[in-house]
Design a protein around this ligand. Structure first.
Ligand code: CMC
Length: 431
């Protein structure tokens, strides 16, 4: 079979380049433009990377038209129903689901790395009492680098493995301390008799004077959210981790860069923004006003938790979370007026031609905040929870990048539109 190619001809110069087309297992084929500049002297221009495959990856596949998401070939629906976050983290990093012995070892090793250096606890004291948790998280994650100088040789596979374990193991402690600090509560050491998610909940919510008994319904709901947030292909924060890592940067600094990117409300910060928006709507009778604002081009307001760069269909994660939210509220006998507003907002938006024609559906963040809220997690901690889970994907993608034979520093080019060459003018002679 002849290889599929795309021929690009520059009509101005008459030069032609024939570019190979690579077929992945699924998804759109990819035109290989590696030699474009060498052969034609031109760059590609693709703002927002809407048509650019930045790397090869075998971790996550998503089909935005069909609303499909898979990790290592396993559908998100199956993982959400049958797996746990820690098992999914293993899968992302190692490529296969663990057998019982591998899983037991994995759980053990994650527990062994769960504590953070005692000095790190003092780092938190430097923040104002009301600092945004994402500002704290990006800093404390980067600061972890300072404790592991001797085990972050990125070309040493053993160091990479150790780093992945440490990142996954320490995130619950790093995140819970942010909440405890802001609430004026003492920090809590991990309790290795508890599983990963329960231990996180214990470090967040236990009271120094009382025994802590976790609610299994809440733990399962948290675990589910962590599974659904664990990885999502080459999104903005993951691409940031890869780009930072391509400069051979310290891995904890790479993860901190991912945290910083996730903070934005176009990305992970949307879960917090959704609750703010639903609270502001306040009553189903106000929904239409907000929908009208979202449609108004002169107003920069957007419906938070709606739309996605890749999904042009219902985000499969949102479908799972919506049901989980419904079940959780029922099981915990909670009356959550914001859930009713969210459902009604979804109904109105999905019947509106503006949203239909642009294929704007609820995304993962539309309902996740409602679950966090039902679990008494404060709004400004939603995005750190997302970061905790996504750190599994970030570190898996970082490891994959370093093992890629095509690995080299990421260095996009630009279309320069600035001033023409001109002479320097002394300050006294400037207008
Ligand atoms: N409300 C109103 N209009 C919207 C929305 C929205 N939420 N999202 C997109 N549009 C419109 C947009 O104005 C544009 O209209 P037009 O074609 O008339 O100019 C059209 O839909 C296409 O939008 P876009 O800006 O080209 O889409 P994008 O792929 O660049 O942006 C997005 C994707 C997620 C940033 C955007 O949909 C958005 O801002 N959504 C709200 C924030 C949000 O929920 N973010 C979470 C994303 S999922 C979780 C994660 O990534 O962490």
């Amino acid at each position: 079979m002849t290889m599929r190619t795309v021929i690009i001809t520059d009509k101005a110069t008459g030069k032609t380049v024939e570019c190979p087309v690579h077929e992945g297992r699924y998804g759109a084929p990819v035109v290989d433009l590696k030699n474009l500049y060498k052969d034609l002297g031109v760059f590609t221009f693709d703002p927002g990377y809407g048509s650019t495959a930045a790397c090869r990856s075998g971790i996550t596949y998503l089909d935005g038209e069909e609303g499909v998401l898979m990790h290592r070939g396993y559908s998100i629906e199956h993982l959400a129903e049958k797996s746990t976050f820690l098992e999914v983290a293993y899968l992302l990093i190692n490529g296969e689901l663990p057998n019982q012995q591998q899983f037991d070892e994995w759980v053990h090793v994650i527990k062994m790395h769960g504590m953070t250096h005692e000095h790190l606890s003092r780092f938190y004291q430097g923040f104002r009492y009301d600092a945004h948790p994402m500002s704290m998280l990006s800093s404390v994650v980067a600061s972890v680098a300072s404790y592991y100088h001797n085990t972050t040789d990125i070309y040493n596979p053993e160091h990479r493995r150790l780093t992945a374990q440490r990142v996954i193991a320490k995130m619950p402690s790093l995140v819970s301390k942010i909440y405890r600090y802001g609430s004026g509560l003492p920090f809590v050491y991990p309790d290795n008799s508890r599983n990963y998610v329960e231990n996180f909940s214990y470090m967040m919510f236990s009271w120094p004077t009382e025994p802590y008994i976790a609610n299994p319904v809440a733990i399962r709901a948290l675990d589910l959210l962590f599974i659904l947030h664990a990885d999502h292909e080459q999104n903005a924060s993951t691409s940031t981790v890869r780009l930072a890592g391509s400069a051979e940067t310290n891995p904890y600094a790479c993860i901190a860069a991912g945290v910083a990117t996730l903070w934005g409300k176009a990305h992970g910060g949307a879960n917090e923004a959704v609750i703010d928006m639903l609270t502001e709507i306040g009553d189903p009778k106000n929904i239409q006003k907000f929908v009208d604002r979202a449609k108004n081009k002169d107003d920069n307001f957007r419906l938070m938790g709606f739309g996605h760069r890749v999904y042009k269909n219902y985000d499969p994660r949102a479908k799972i979370i919506r049901q989980a939210c419904h079940d959780l509220l029922n099981e915990m006998h909670l009356n959550q007026p914001l859930f009713d507003i969210a459902m009604e907002l979804e109904r109105i938006a999905l019947e509106d031609d503006y949203f239909i024609s642009r294929k704007l559906y609820p995304n993962v963040d539309f309902y996740s905040g409602l679950i966090y809220q039902a679990l008494n997690i404060p709004t400004n901690m939603f995005t750190p929870m997302f970061a905790l889970a996504r750190s599994a994907g970030w570190i898996a993608q970082w490891m994959e990048m370093l093992a890629d034979p095509d690995f080299r520093i990421g260095r996009p080019r630009q279309l320069y539109i600035g001033a023409e060459k001109r002479d320097y003018v002394g300050i006294a002679d400037r207008k």
